[in-house]
Design a protein around this ligand. Structure first.
Ligand code: PA5
Length: 344
């Protein structure tokens, strides 16, 4: 998506994230009501900034829904998709080729489909097929539209009677983000601004972001993606406890490169007690090996508020990091180039 905007635009997008959630609470999802039925599974299909909302939904539903929620980032859907599946096809532009292909696959497999998009071919195809199209606000870059790309998914599931309490969780997210914003926005100096402080730790280093399975894992994934796309820098993520069974062994050599790693651990008060113990031991193992280890603690009560509180700090940190490198966070020329080459 070729949206050419100056560096200050990304801060404006970030500032407006709570308003995105508020806007979604006012959206009309009645056109999806006809799809109320018992499903065997739910598949969210999308890529990049349009897919990560699917991961948030997957984690959100893990303890709430008796059926699996799967995220598909490919041209074709898994074999299990069929007439008892609900497929949520998400594309900000509406023109991402993998998502359009997966949409066609969903149609061929007889699944119920809802499209979430600003327009493009996805909106056209879904409208032609008589499938509900949830139109989301355009004019942003996908990763800056994370509220619009996630909240409608969970609110539609609420509307279909598949989950309850989602609206309340979205409201709490607005409250938590609005308070947090005061502490991490550009007006706040580094000594009292956690996101700026983190950016300083990541500058000239390779970020390694660790979350915890079922709690902060999606936030860790988002941090990585935002550092890649906003700061145009490499970053890697993993989750506890899995990383204790492989990655943690890999901090020995080459010593000079390991010294360039800056580790960020995303923590949640609801992390399993054994995970908390693992984190403490892991920090001991890393001592003296990596450049730094910093932690960010989730805020709020609900899974959504906590997840987005971690995401918000990472989003701001990635833009501060872009600033430190003198890079415009908004354009993603490499993605545009790839899409153009693929369209040839
Ligand atoms: O951040 C981005 O621009 C990308 O990750 C896009 O979200 C991704 O390429 C998919 O495009 P779309 O969101 O328009 O389907």
């Amino acid at each position: 998506m070729a949206v050419e905007m100056g560096p200050e635009m990304m801060f404006e997008f970030l500032y407006n994230l709570p308003a995105q959630f508020e806007g979604c609470l006012k959206m009309d999802f009645s056109k999806a009501s006809g799809l109320k039925k018992e499903y065997a599974n739910i598949v969210v299909t999308g890529l990049g900034g349009s897919a990560i909302g699917g991961d948030i939904l997957r984690c959100y539903c893990q303890s709430r829904l008796p059926i699996p929620v799967v995220v598909n980032r490919d041209y074709m859907l898994p074999r299990f998709v069929g007439p008892d599946s609900l497929v949520l096809a998400v594309s900000y532009s509406g023109n991402t080729e993998e998502t359009l292909s997966a949409y066609e696959d969903a149609r061929e497999k007889g699944a119920s489909i809802i499209a979430f998009t600003t327009g493009g071919k996805l909106a056209e195809m879904a409208a032609l097929d008589g499938n509900p199209v949830i139109t989301i606000t355009g004019g942003l870059v996908p990763r800056a539209a994370t509220g619009y790309l996630f909240a409608p998914l969970v609110l539609v599931l609420e509307r279909l009677g598949l989950v309850s309490g989602a609206s309340e969780d979205v409201k709490e997210t607005v409250t938590v983000l609005t308070q947090l914003r005061e502490e991490i926005e550009p007006g706040r100096e580094e000594d009292s601004n956690r996101a700026r402080f983190i950016a300083g730790q990541l500058y000239q280093r390779i970020p390694v972001i660790w979350g915890c399975s079922s709690t902060s894992e999606v936030a860790a994934m988002r941090w990585k993606g935002q550092i890649n796309e906003n700061a145009k820098a490499p970053a890697y993520f993993n989750v506890f406890p899995e990383l204790n069974h492989n990655e943690i062994v890999g901090f020995e050599v080459p010593e000079d490169l390991v010294k360039k790693l800056a580790v960020i651990i995303l923590r949640d008060p609801d992390d399993h007690g054994r995970i908390t113990k693992r984190i403490e031991i892991t920090k001991d193992i890393l001592q003296g090996k990596v450049s730094s280890v910093a932690e960010v603690e989730a805020r709020g009560n609900s899974f959504l508020a906590k997840t987005y509180s971690l995401i918000y700090v990472g989003d701001y940190a990635s833009v501060y990091l872009a600033e430190l490198y003198g890079i415009n966070p908004t354009p993603v020329q490499v993605i545009d180039y790839l899409k153009a080459r693929m369209a040839e």
